[in-house]
Design a protein around this ligand. Structure first.
Ligand code: FAD
Ligand code: NAD
Length: 475
């Protein structure tokens, strides 16, 4: 007889594992199937985020930033640090340790919540049946009342620059380099390109980023994107916009990339080339024949706003479905689905999902950009405030950047918030909560912000929206 569950989750990333934990918290008999395998052959829950994405990249961003500051910024504080040296092995080991602790923690959470964690491949066959194939190739059929598809995504490969796992690599390999490439090429100036470009630049690489679009960071507010571009240029990141890659060939002298820029064909040679031009959903092989679950032309499983596929009791969440490919979005969807399965009321507010780029300065935003407000025909007002006069930012020696708030003039409600500057990813939290509670600009103006903190720049930006900034010149 096949083993049966109330809920089977296929995929153990930040979409799948929280869904499984919440379902089990509701008293549902739950299994989570995950097939992640590391380069050393070991298996771990946590998906892309914990094993090869959010967590290892942030560990390296932090370490590389400290290395950079020790070399270039300590002196202004009156600290002479002679002979600062890079120990990349130790840096990588620290990163691996953090990943191991966090992925190991999921096993403990499964145990504590009575989730059955199963390592291997899952495939939804229809009619509540899931095929599970273990790492040795043994298959069995499980049954479940509800199935949650959470298979995530994988890097898009370019035909003009296919991965060779050595010199032309994806973001995961680029987190594992055991030496700093002297010349690093990056295709794609998106989130990964900027974060990983920053890591290796700080550690000593000459970094060139080739971006197909003519505009930089098109998804961010234009004013913030301009400031970001200026900062990255100052840091020496060579970002080539409107660069159309025609081909890449790897040889013993490096990878030569041929691309067209402003009508001219050029060639550059790198020691390593990272291709990070987006990710695509991992929907291949996830479904048996005739399940009725629909997949769109780009490979995303089709779902409604509650993550229901068109098939009763089959749900899909995270990078596998529409919307931003972000870990926190995946998690909120997973938890919502588990709550809905248990008959509770739950929803995800898709209007208020923050984005953060963990460069220096960090870039974070939530809600509408100024251009989107204009395009939507909203009568809006804007309040901006730079970090330059902010006492805490000065003490941190990180006073570049600004806060920008966009609000509806009709009811004063905040409809967008944008931060470029120190700890922008932490600061955006206040504005996410404010927007979730439909706060007004006046609410932020009347909220006491501790002094001296970076959050005072948010307070001042709210004041500036009505021409009332205390420490800035109101126009
Ligand atoms: P995944 O994390 O991809 O997990 C899916 C899991 O399902 C995987 O373990 C996969 O092996 C498994 N699986 C797939 N098919 C099957 C199957 N048939 N059977 C069993 N298991 C299967 N997002 C952020 O919010 N913040 C960040 O800072 C951030 N940094 C990132 C940095 C990098 C370098 C990358 C690549 C991504 C980053 N992301 C970040 C994006 C984030 O990792 C994803 O949005 C998130 O992991 C999506 O979660 P998921 O659960 O949908 O999918
Ligand atoms: P992305 O969509 O952020 O950026 C890809 C970039 O590559 C775009 O600017 C695009 O115009 C460019 N591009 C596409 N084809 C190209 C080509 N042929 N030549 C040159 N440029 C080309 O994708 P990504 O950076 O690969 O990241 C993938 C996903 O992972 C993103 O959706 C992102 O949300 C997520 N992620 C999030 C974080 C974070 O939250 N901090 C960090 C890393 C990744």
């Amino acid at each position: 007889m096949s083993e049966s569950f109330d809920v089977i989750v296929i995929g153990g990333g930040p979409g799948g594992y929280p869904a499984a934990i919440r379902a089990a918290q509701h008293g549902l008999r739950t299994a989570c199937i995950d097939d992640w395998q590391n380069y050393d052959g070991s298996r771990a829950f946590g998906g892309t985020c914990l094993n090869a994405g959010c967590i290892p990249s942030k560990a390296l961003l932090e370490s590389s930033e400290l290395f950079h500051r020790a070399q270039h910024e300590f002196e202004v504080h009156g600290i002479r640090a002679a002979g600062v040296e890079l120990d990349l092995g130790q840096m990588q080991q620290r990163k691996a340790g953090i990943v191991k602790q966090l992925t190991g923690g999921i096993g403990q959470l499964f145990k504590a919540n009575k989730v059955t964690g199963m390592q291997g491949r899952g495939r939804y066959l229809g009619d509540g049946q899931v095929e599970f194939t273990d790492p040795d190739g043994n298959a069995q059929t499980l049954t479940a009342t509800h199935v949650v598809l959470a298979a995530g995504s994988r890097p898009i490969e370019l035909k003009s620059a296919p991965f060779d796992e050595k010199q032309i690599v994806d973001s995961w390999r680029a987190l594992e380099f055991d030496a700093v490439p002297a010349r690093l090429g990056v295709i794609g100036a998106g989130v990964i390109g900027l974060e990983l470009g920053s890591v290796w630049k700080r550690l000593g690489a000459e970094v060139t980023i080739l971006e197909a679009m003519d505009s930089f960071l098109w998804m961010a507010d234009a004013q913030i994107a301009r400031e970001a571009q200026r900062q990255f240029k100052r840091q020496g990141l060579d970002i080539r916009l409107g660069a159309k890659v025609q081909g890449a060939s790897a040889g013993k002298d490096g990878v030569t990339v041929r691309f067209e820029e402003k009508g001219e064909v050029q060639e550059l040679t790198f020691d390593k080339l990272i291709v990070c031009v987006g990710r695509r959903p991992s929907s291949e092989g996830l479904l048996g024949e005739g399940t009725g679950v629909e997949i769109d032309e780009r490979g995303f499983v089709k779902v409604d706003h509650e993550c229901r596929t068109g098939v009763k009791n089959v749900w899909a969440v995270g990078d596998l479905v529409r919307g931003p490919m972000l870990a926190h979005k995946a998690t909120e969807e997973g938890v919502m689905v588990a709550d809905l399965i248990a008959g509770k009321i739950a929803e995800v507010n898709y209007e208020v999902i923050p984005s953060v780029i963990y460069t220096a300065p960090e870039i974070a935003w939530v809600g509408k950009t100024e251009a989107q407000a204009k395009e939507a025909g909203i009568d809006y007002k804007v309040g901006t405030f730079p970090f330059a006069p902010n006492g805490r930012a000065k003490a941190l020696e990180q006073a570049a950047g600004m806060v920008k708030l966009v609000a509806n003039r009709r009811d004063d409600s905040i409809i967008g918030a944008h931060v470029i500057g120190p700890m922008a990813g932490e600061l955006i939290g206040e504005l996410v909560v404010a927007m979730e509670f439909q706060a007004s600009i006046e609410d932020i103006q009347r909220t006491v912000h501790a002094h001296p903190t970076l959050s005072e720049a948010i307070h001042e930006a709210a004041l500036a929206a009505d021409g009332k900034a205390i420490h800035g010149i109101n126009k």
